[in-house]
Design a protein around this ligand. Structure first.
Ligand SMILES: [Zn+2]
Length: 313
């Protein structure tokens, strides 16, 4: 059974103040399958038993969202489904982001059962940490930081195709930050390594939590400075600059990569509508409020940080 098609985000959980449950089994989310064929998040008391404790993943308009790693496959009332595009279409942006948090906590739950130093079984310490009773080692959920870059050259944008992408769509240059590196250095290095191009004027666009398994994607715009495209064969099939009228297929809109490309398109279309001309990429300014909204919904459940949209002092 596949997920029925919904208008994105049309699903609304019953707003009764009870906990909503994001339960994962082997990286897939367990959704309740109703008699009408619709899928929904379970709510109320803990729906299934598990050897793992529930954790708080966030708040959905007053309803606590709980993460639970299942230690056995749920029964026939549930459907297990990949936490990808279909689930995004079902849950909408805000719930999907909360599920992102839950999925990462479940992944950490599974991978931190034993101390990496002495091998003892770890014990819960705080809502987001464990401690080893043997050697005192503290274990927190891991986060891998990766950059994505919109590289512009005049009126065109750099897009690449990697070997591991199915379908015909193009993506942005991306890669993981290395120890000791700033994010800007990472952008410069990744673009150079993957395409042989040097870039400058690197500026922050926004970020997105990406639970596959525990990544923080940080988006930047950068201007082409010098070099000829020389594709890194191990990672990429192709790399090329595209202008606005000749854009290829882009990634799904639940990714920050797509939103970055869409922002470039929007800026180009506005410029064209106003003057009949496209603009140089260096003239593209970053969206207002890119320091959080709209990629992180609801703020982080374990900090007192102001939520997006809250008044800044
Ligand atoms: Zn230990």
């Amino acid at each position: 059974m596949s997920i029925p098609s919904y208008e994105p985000g049309s699903y609304q959980p019953e707003a009764n103040g009870e906990p909503l449950w994001f339960m994962f089994y082997k990286n897939r989310i367990a959704l309740l399958a109703g008699a009408d064929g619709n899928l929904r998040l379970p709510h109320g008391e803990q729906p299934l038993a598990s050897a793992f404790p529930p954790r708080l993943a966030g708040d959905y308009h007053g309803q606590p969202c709980r993460a639970l790693l299942l230690d056995s496959e749920p029964g026939p009332d549930y459907q297990l489904t990949d936490y990808r595009q279909d689930t995004y279409e079902l849950l909408g942006e805000e719930l999907y982001a909360l599920g992102n948090s839950a999925k990462q906590l479940c992944h950490w739950e599974l991978h931190s059962q034993f101390c990496g130093i002495c091998g003892a079984r770890t014990l819960p310490a705080t809502p987001v940490s464990k401690k080893c009773p043997g050697c005192g080692n503290e274990i927190f959920p891991p986060l891998s930081v990766a950059i994505l870059a919109v590289v512009t050259k005049g009126e065109s944008i750099l897009l690449v195709r990697s070997h591991n992408i199915t379908g015909l769509y193009h993506v942005l240059v991306s890669g993981f930050a290395e120890p000791g590196e700033t994010l800007e250095q990472c952008v410069y290095r990744e673009v150079l390594e993957e395409t042989g191009l040097k870039v400058g004027n690197i500026r922050y666009f926004g970020s997105q939590s990406w639970a596959h398994p525990s990544n923080l994607m940080v988006g930047f715009f950068a201007d082409y400075q010098s070099g000829e495209i020389e594709v890194q064969q191990e990672e990429l099939q192709s790399a090329a600059f595209f202008d606005r009228p000749n854009l290829p297929e882009l990634p799904h809109r639940f990714s920050i990569a797509r939103r970055m490309a869409d922002w470039w398109v929007e800026c180009q279309d506005k410029a064209f509508a106003a003057s009949g001309k496209y603009i140089d990429g260096s003239q593209i300014t970053m969206p207002a409020g890119s320091g959080g909204h709209p990629y992180g919904a609801g703020g982080h459940p374990h900090s007192a940080a102001p939520k997006p949209g809250a008044a800044k002092t």
